[in-house]
Design a protein around this ligand. Structure first.
Ligand SMILES: [Zn+2]
Length: 471
């Protein structure tokens, strides 16, 4: 066995002598240089050999960290009755397995045994992954299915983490994300909590408008694997799909354009949950507070015509401007046009275009549209039953939403006419969560949704405190 391979294979011990280590690595590089290689090969060798330095350094520091922890109950804060001072644990780090010893003790108050160092150092119960490894698993599983993630991790870090371990680890992080989310949502139950959430908002000095967009999509359930297609064809599939309620929140001044003229939102908050409307409402409120709800000069709620959305908006954002998405509204007019004049006919187009213009340009455009529809309904005596039905339905739709169609004002204020931002959010989430072959359990979906949302919301550091720039 060469000294180099001995140093690499032996687990514990001190860091190798720096000069000796440099000499060995140089010699190894020389050998591949002679045979010809590209820079990537050199990078890989150095990267790999650096772990020999990193592992013993980490081991030393982890032990010091463990020794520094106070022996207090992590739950109630009381002093623990220390039963035995030294117990070994191994952690899987980016430099390999690192053993350390730590004390544990019994809390007479909680009647439970604790290892206070573990939690303080960022380790979870019965889980080997170090915080960096936890993070790597979480990020990779969010971005790609487990098999692909496993390969990518190996390529990028040299770590061999099996699919099952990786998925388990990512799930564990998802559950941490869920607990964070629940804690935030629970804050909305009290005035002090609401104040705390509002204080987190980084709002600008001047007046600003906060935009809240709401939508929903559905996600497939895992049970009845393989039968979904059959069931759906039979029309019995509805229970296999679950609504995911989603919202996005941003300030109007956070909208911009790319060099190519595409609209972008530079920073925004996200909410996505399948835990039902009541839970969604709290989560959305918590997020809106953290994005400056209480400091906004005006608030704008944008969505399609779904009844539950406007009930929620009336309930929680009563003083906000409510606007129904222009594209959805125009679709309703096109439905009438098609029913009256036929699909794709010039007459249909001729009929619908002035109405769309009124909506955008007239102060009470929606009333003019309603009048027109009512006139047709009353005066045309050769309407079929289907046409009458369509007209009645759409008159009802426009009457119900007429106060949410201030498009003229919206244009004047340079506000969005539609809920395109939430629709693109939904399709981004769906990209990951509806990918072919992705069948996750109910709980799993929610944990991964929570994890993806923490990531999108720029709060990764709340799960992984090391996620900040090193000095
Ligand atoms: Zn306790």
């Amino acid at each position: 066995m060469t000294p180099a391979s001995k140093a690499r294979s032996n687990g514990g011990g001190k860091p190798p002598d720096a000069n000796q280590w440099m000499g060995q690595v140089r010699a190894e590089l020389e050998r591949v240089l002679v045979n010809g290689c590209d820079i990537g090969v050199l990078e890989r060798i150095i990267e790999h050999r650096l772990k020999e330095l990193g592992r013993p350094l980490l081991e030393e520091a982890v032990q010091k960290l463990a020794d520094r922890q106070a022996l207090l109950c992590p739950r109630c804060g009381r002093e623990l009755h220390v039963e035995r001072h030294q117990r070994q644990r191994k952690v899987s780090s980016v430099f390999g397995k690192v053993p350390f010893r730590r004390s544990y003790g019994f809390c007479p108050n909680c009647q439970e045994r604790f290892y206070p160092a573990d939690n303080a150092m960022g380790l979870q119960e019965r889980a080997p992954a170090s915080p960096r490894v936890q993070e790597i698993c979480a990020l990779m599983v969010l971005e790609s299915p487990a098999a692909q993630a496993e390969e990518n991790i190996r390529r990028l870090t040299g770590l061999d983490i099996g699919q099952a371990s990786m998925h388990r680890e990512a799930r564990r992080q998802g559950e941490r994300a869920l607990r964070l989310r629940e804690a935030d949502a629970a804050l909305t139950n009290s005035l002090e909590g609401v104040r705390e959430l509002a204080q987190r908002a980084q709002a600008p000095k001047g007046a600003f408008t906060l935009v809240i967009e709401i939508d929903a999509w559905n996600i497939r359930e895992r049970d009845h694997w393989g039968e979904s297609e059959k069931l759906r064809k039979k029309g019995e599939d509805t229970s296999r799909w679950h609504w995911v309620y989603a919202g996005t929140i941003f300030r109007l001044d956070q909208r911009g354009k790319t060099a190519s003229g595409r609209s972008v939102i530079t920073e925004r908050g996200y909410v996505a949950t399948r835990q039902g409307l009541e839970s969604f409402e709290k989560q959305l409120y918590a997020e809106a507070l953290q994005r400056g709800l209480t400091k906004a000069k005006s608030v704008l709620v944008l969505a399609d015509g779904a009844v539950w959305i406007w009930n929620l908006a009336e309930d929680r954002y009563k003083d906000a401007t409510h606007r129904v998405d222009f594209y959805h509204v125009s679709e309703h007019l096109w439905t009438v046009a098609r029913d009256l004049y036929g699909q794709g006919t010039p007459q249909a187009r001729q009929w619908v275009q002035p109405l769309l213009r009124w909506l955008k340009r007239r102060k009470d455009g929606a009333l003019d549209v309603i009048n027109t529809l009512q006139q047709i309904r009353a005066e045309l005596d050769n309407l079929t039953a289907k046409q009458q039905e369509t007209l009645d339905r759409e008159i009802g739709y426009f009457k119900g939403h007429k106060d949410r169609m201030d498009y003229k004002n919206a244009k004047a204020l340079d506000q969005p006419l539609g809920s395109g931002a939430i629709e693109s959010t939904c399709s981004q989430y769906q990209c990951r969560f509806k990918r072919t072959g992705q069948f996750w359990s109910l709980e799993g979906d929610e944990a991964f949704l929570a994890l993806a949302t923490v990531h999108r919301n720029g709060r990764w550091h709340r799960l992984f405190p090391h996620d900040r720039k090193l000095e």
